[in-house]
Design a protein around this ligand. Structure first.
Ligand code: UD1
Ligand code: CA
Length: 456
């Protein structure tokens, strides 16, 4: 059976108090609307239409990669009116599924279950029993429990308001019938809107059975209307991801203090301390330990790596058995071979560090090729930039760079060369030799410390 999914996303989201259209606000760095899309797209034979209105250009531009049909609703005259905008693109024999761009955590299983209920004469409706159904349309049933209609909170009588079964808004029905009912909607209600919910009563009068089902968890159908709800769903989502990782064997010191804003593939026996944030696409090998407060983005981390607290790693590869941090920064295009040590207050950018090499303290290594078993002393700086262009530093295998050295690129340090501490190296240095550039130490006789002049 073919599916036509219609995602409603034209609303303004006034309570977000933001210039950004509501559906572009993010959970785990991904727009709400994209969460909904990414779930819907997993349904087979599914054609997706998204109804946009407020900030439609920005929505389309931000999500231009989505393979969907964008439909404009220039005036927001209600949920029924929104679906009417797609009406002529719904074929008769398809199943139409209605979703909401601001309900991001809906599960694919819930949708599959809903759709499986559809026959020629049924409408499938997702409802939820709520402790506090305030704001929700209520499901009105007859004495035998058959659904008769949905009444919106604003149109409900005091008795109807007592109903705790709420309308999630999510429903599925055959295209042919949906189109018929859409054309029959009227806006004679408190809000003067065309309510999609009115199709329930129309379906009942056409002899349809309304089959209801509920999500496993209420959070699945919660919408985002303000920043509090956004933060709540962010935590719900993060905890779900933490649970998946823990089931895969990851040790999380505190699943409530873990954030994944992208993907993370993990090996065995990975331990992650508190407040670690992963972004983008990441791969972590076996026996990796990650200390607290690390920010890791688009990284590949080999087996047996230890990352100590407070490291920032972006677009970098860390070879097996390496030790990073604390307080290290690996910037884009950093490639560390196996057994490397990168210590505190070391910044590495667009550089390759060879096997067994160490940069342990207070250094900047940029645009460099560092060989194997190189030791780079504290405070070493590759001067890679003349204010206009960038130049490369090459440090060959086994070299030893004394502390507080400046390597002015382009420059090559030979194999097993030693650079004396405090040198400024501007020319290539030979293999095996000690090279240094410093003025001779001298002690000035007769020199006196200045003294403060007495005020008269
Ligand atoms: C709607 C339902 C209500 C349900 C609730 C669940 C109706 C009439 N009511 O109420 O029964 O309990 O959702 O959250 O359907 N939208 C458009 N164009 C419009 C109007 C709305 O695209 O003209 C979109 C909004 O962007 C939003 C969604 O539809 O994503 C729901 O609209 P909203 O105004 O929030 O509906 P509710 O009053 O909450
Ligand atoms: Ca709403």
């Amino acid at each position: 059976m073919n599916l036509t999914t219609i995602i409603l996303a034209a609303g303004k989201g006034t309570r977000m108090r933001s210039k950004l259209p509501k559906v572009l606000h993010k959970i785990a760095h991904k727009p709400l609307l994209q969460h909904v899309h990414d779930t819907a797209v997993q349904l087979e034979n599914n054609e997706i239409h998204i109804v946009i209105g407020h900030g439609s250009d920005l929505v389309k531009q931000t999500l231009e990669n989505l393979q969907v049909n964008w439909v404009e609703q220039t005036e927001q005259l209600g949920t029924g009116h929104a679906v009417q905008q797609v009406s002529n693109q719904i074929s008769n024999d398809t199943i139409a599924l209605i979703l909401y761009g601001d309900v991001p955590l809906l599960k694919i299983e819930t949708l599959q279950n809903l759709i499986s209920k559809i026959t020629e004469k049924t409408l499938a409706l997702l409802t939820v029993n709520l402790a506090d159904p305030m704001g929700y349309g209520r499901i009105v049933r007859d004495d035998s429990g058959n659904v008769l209609r949905i009444i919106e909170e604003k149109d409900a009588t005091e008795v109807e308001k007592q109903i705790t079964e709420g309308n999630t808004g999510i429903l599925a029905v055959q295209g042919k019938s949906l189109k018929k009912w859409l054309s029959q909607l009227r806006n004679n209600n408190t809000q003067g809107e065309y309510y999609l919910t009115d199709i329930i009563a129309l379906a009942v009068s056409d002899g349809f059975e309304i089959i209801t089902s509920s999500p496993q968890n209420e959070d699945e159908v919660l919408g985002v209307n303000d920043k509090l709800q956004l933060a709540h769903l962010e935590r719900v989502y993060q905890l779900q991801q933490a649970e998946i990782l823990m089931r895969q064997g990851v040790t999380l010191s505190d699943p409530n203090r873990f954030d994944l804003r992208g993907t993370l593939e993990v090996g065995q026996d990975v331990e992650i301390d508190v407040n670690v944030i992963f972004e983008g696409k990441n791969q972590v090998g076996n026996n990796v330990k990650i200390g607290s407060n690390c920010s890791i983005k688009n990284a590949t981390i080999g087996d047996d790596v230890i990352i100590l607290p407070n490291c920032v790693i972006e677009n970098a590869q860390v070879g097996a058995n390496s030790r990073i941090g604390p307080f290290a920064r690996l910037r884009p295009e950093t490639v560390l071979a196996t057994d490397t040590h990168i210590g505190n207050f070391v910044e590495i950018k667009k550089s390759v560090i060879g096997q067994g090499s160490k940069v342990n303290h207070l250094s900047y290594i940029g645009d460099s090729l560092v060989g194997k078993k190189v030791n780079i002393g504290a405070g070493t700086i590759t001067c890679n930039y003349d204010g206009v262009n960038k130049f490369q530093t090459i440090i060959e295998d086994g070299a030893f760079i004394g502390s507080d050295t400046q390597l002015v690129a382009p420059v090559t340090i030979g194999k097993n060369a030693t650079i004396g501490a405090g040198s400024t190296i501007t020319k290539d240095t030979p293999d095996d030799k000690l090279t240094l550039s410093r003025s001779k130490q001298l002690s000035v006789s007769g020199w006196q410390r200045p003294v403060k002049k007495e005020k008269l």
